[in-house]
Structures are given as C-alpha cells and as structure tokens.
Design a protein around this ligand. Sequence first.
Ligand SMILES: *[C@@H]1O[C@H](CO)[C@@H](O)[C@H](O)[C@H]1NC(C)=O
Length: 345
Amino acid sequence: MSSMTERAIPAGSLVVVSGANGFIASHVVDQLLLAGYRVRGTVRDAKKSAWLIEYFGAKYGPGKFELIEVPEMAADGAFDEAVKGASGFIHTATPVMVSYDPNEGIPIVVNGTVNALRAAASEPSIKRFVLTSSSTAAISPKPNIEFSADESTWNDEAVKAAWAPPPYEGEQRKLDVYSASKTQGEQAAWKFMKEEKPGFVLNTVLPNCNMGLVLSPEHQGAPSTVGWLKALWNEFKGQEKLKFNPPQYYVNVQDTARVHVGALIFMDVQEERLYDFAYPFNWNDILAIYRKLYPEHKFMDDIPDLGRDLSKVTNERAEEIVKRFGRPGWASLEDSVADAAKGWA
Ligand SMILES: *[C@@H]1O[C@H](CO)[C@@H](O)[C@H](O)[C@H]1NC(C)=O
C-alpha cells in the first residue's frame, strides 16, 4: 500500500464520534460505517437519539453502531467511558450559536475539547483524534474584501469581539461568541498536543457552511445550516435574522464527512488543519438553483447588494482527500442544495 492509501487505523476498528445525532456527525458516522469501521456515538440523551441505532442498523447491519450517553461534555471525565477500546476519536459535538455571553459559550467548548483529548490520551489504543473545528476558527466572512487564509490563520478578531465588555446581546455578538469558542477550542487542542504529547495524531477540520442530505429529516428536521436553505425557501418568514448571513463558502456535508474520515485514517495526513471549503456562494446563487430545480414553486426576488466572498483559502488539501474517496472533487452547490431540499420539497 502507498502512503496515500495506507491506513493509520485498520478497518473494523472502533471509532468514537461525539454528538453523533448532529448534522455533520451523523454523516461522519455514515461514512465511517461505509468505510468498514465500527462506531460508538456519544449523545446527550440516548433515548432521544435511539433512532440512530435503528437507522444505521438497517443500513449497515446490526451491531456496527452503538450509543453512549454523555450528558455534559464540559464535565470532568465526560468521555472517560466512551473511549474504552477505541482506536480513534472524532470530536464533533459543539453547541451551535446559542450563547451571547462568552463566559457561558466559550468554556463549554474549550472544556469539552480538552475532556475529549484527555480521555483519548488515557486510552493507549487511540491512534488518531480528529477535531471538528470551524471556518470561524480561522476567519469570519467579509463580503467584497480580498484576503487570504491558511493553516496559520486564527480568528483573533472574533475572540476580541466576543470577550469585549457587556452588554451581551445582538446577533453579531452571538456569532462572535460562537466563532471565538471554535477558535479557542481548536487552539486548546493544539496546546494540549504540544504540552501533553499524547500517543495519537491530531488533525482538525474547518468546515464552512454545510449543505446536503439530511439522513433523517423525520428526526433531524432541517438541522444547522440546512435550516438556512429552508428559511430561504420560505422567504425567511419567521426567520428574518437568517437573511443576514453573509456570502461565504459552502461545502457538501458528505464531503465534510469524507474529510473527517480521511483525517482519521490516512497515514500521510498528520497534524494538519484542513480547510473544508468548496466554493463561495450567496443567497441569489441558491435562489437561481431553486428556480431551476423547482419551477412550480414561487420564490422571492433576488436580494440586492449581497456582495461576494472574495477570500482565498488553502482548501486544496481537503479536496485532494475527498478525491481519495473516488469523488471528482467538491460536490457542486446545485447537488448540495438539491440534496438538502429533499427534506421538505
Ligand atoms: C472548565 O474547566 C475549568 C478548569 O478545569 C473549570 O474551572 C470550569 O468550571 C469549567 N467550566 C465549565 C463550563 O465546565
């Protein structure tokens, strides 16, 4: 086997995926099972997420996927049980834009990340750890401004804005607290690696706006950023705030999952920050796709003065990983929108 296909973790091994019911994490589980791994998913509430056992059991056969409850990831020792006997850990669990107060929103993410790393370090069988970071750990969208970002870029601006004095209110503050939580969470992970030198390799994945198939619309609804697409479908009725999400990059959620699995298993991918960004888009691009795919549905008019994301990011490495899974490259915006819309169209 060449170093391109040689696996750091053999097929059949057990991999922990935290927050397994989430939009990205459920696809990470799906791609891991497809690649022949066994998966232990952590969820806050095992009863609520029991559908995952049924879903993946029906798709890949019984016994390949199991659930374990981790009610509070920030609690000391939260993942100590979950890592027993595992060869890899993909830490995806994160609260998404729920807090205006940095004192609330940031320590949960930092502690959850460190707890996951500490648990993994205590389990000698763990060879690989993949952290789901975020585009916002490196950059915030800046429409119409040319700039570039690479592995050394951190979202220091968001950290500063998030920790600025009160009042803790407004959509921008909420976004900054989320972005800062991902920045500081990822920084804590690299710091842990440097200081503790555990016996595994860390890679991080920085996804931008995820679109694509929802595995179970019945149980997951229109989760996370798929909710943005559904809001646009409904002319933002009742969700006016979502309209202000600026132009940025999309990525297909199944490509995101492939980047995670590649970061976990490919021998040559080591200590990397992977820019999981496909191509830039804005709302009007999606409206054009909607009108083409669903001519019978009436959509809102184009939104004036949206601008464009003009940033350049080092996303070649992540796309190259996607290709190792037999894909031609990043999935298109049209396919990603069409897959998402299957949940309601
Ligand atoms: C995070 O960890 C620190 C240090 O161990 C602790 O003082 C703090 O209470 C924890 N915060 C949360 C939200 O669990």
